[in-house]
Design a protein around this ligand. Structure first.
Ligand SMILES: NC(=O)c1ccc[n+]([C@@H]2O[C@H](COP(=O)([O-])OP(=O)(O)OC[C@H]3O[C@@H](n4cnc5c(N)ncnc54)[C@H](OP(=O)(O)O)[C@@H]3O)[C@@H](O)[C@H]2O)c1
Length: 241
């Protein structure tokens, strides 16, 4: 049984990843979200696949919530084959981005700190919390969903300060985790999902979650230890750091 934990799985790319992984045989998904009572689509999906998905409450910025999720999952399994740090924020989304975290002249520390708490600090704390379960998983992998907006090499413009910086820092965390997990055989990567039509990506994005997620899964499933510490695109190509 392939045991997978996905954060932010109630909508957008996370929900699509749950749906697609459920099509694979021998998969069990801990589909986490911060408000299960409001996660209508995920609840319906979980009811359809009661032996293959469990909805778990997890606010990724809240350490007691992380600890509780770990306890609850540890009662069910003794290892994880995959952890996907998918939950993320870009206040206002691409289409209606909020200047308080995006635009020089309007930046506010609180707004930027909130982004960092979700996009950067949380994946690190979740990786730490679930590290023992990952080490006990078979051929395990830890996937940080990042953005090419966090590529320092590709950045030529100034806006989206908070989001871009949070994802650049997440990429550094990927490298650090890859170093720490290498000896255990746990593969750690950053992946850019593409510009996707979700609440975050907005209606003008180039692809839907349904169009892009199969490619993302193909990339993730094809990883070997030689890929650990890399920054990959949804199509498997390398993104410059
Ligand atoms: N869409 C794109 O074009 C694009 C491009 C590059 C990278 N990405 C990355 O892809 C990932 C998924 O994005 P998306 O487009 O699917 O975004 P989305 O539709 O806005 O969904 C964001 C998800 O993150 C969850 N989340 C936010 N804060 C959370 C918290 N404190 N605790 C738990 N969950 C939290 C949300 O839960 P709630 O419903 O509770 O808010 C939601 O499930 C993100 O990391 C994003 O940065 C997206």
């Amino acid at each position: 049984m392939r045991r997978i934990l996905i954060t932010g799985s109630n909508r957008g790319i996370g929900l699509e990843l749950v749906e697609r992984y459920l099509q694979q045989p021998d998969t069990f998904i801990f589909a986490t979200c911060r408000q299960p009572a409001d996660a209508t689509d995920l609840t319906i999906l979980a009811a359809q696949y009661p032996d293959h998905v469990k909805v778990v409450q997890l606010d990724v910025t809240n350490q007691p919530s992380i600890d509780q999720a770990l306890q609850s999952i540890s009662r069910e399994v003794d290892g994880l084959e995959m952890l996907v740090n998918n939950a993320g924020v870009l206040p206002g989304g691409v289409a209606g981005y909020e200047k308080s975290s995006a635009t020089l002249g309007y930046l506010q520390a609180d707004a930027i700190e909130n982004i960092f708490r979700v996009n950067t600090v949380a994946p690190m704390m979740i990786a730490q919390a679930f590290s023992d379960l990952l080490r006990k998983g078979t051929n395990a992998r830890l996937i940080n969903v990042t953005s090419d907006a966090g590529s320092i090499a590709m950045t030529q413009t100034g806006y989206h300060y908070g989001y871009k910086a949070s994802k650049a820092a997440l990429n550094m965390i990927t490298r650090c985790l890859a170093g720490d997990f290498r000896a255990d055989g746990v593969i750690v990567i950053s992946i850019h999902p593409g510009w996707i039509q979700t609440d975050m990506g907005g209606p003008n994005a180039t692809r839907t979650p349904a169009e892009t997620t199969p490619s993302i899964i193909k990339v993730i499933d094809g990883l070997t230890i030689n890929d650990t510490g890399t920054f990959l695109n949804w199509d498997g190509s390398q993104v410059p750091w």
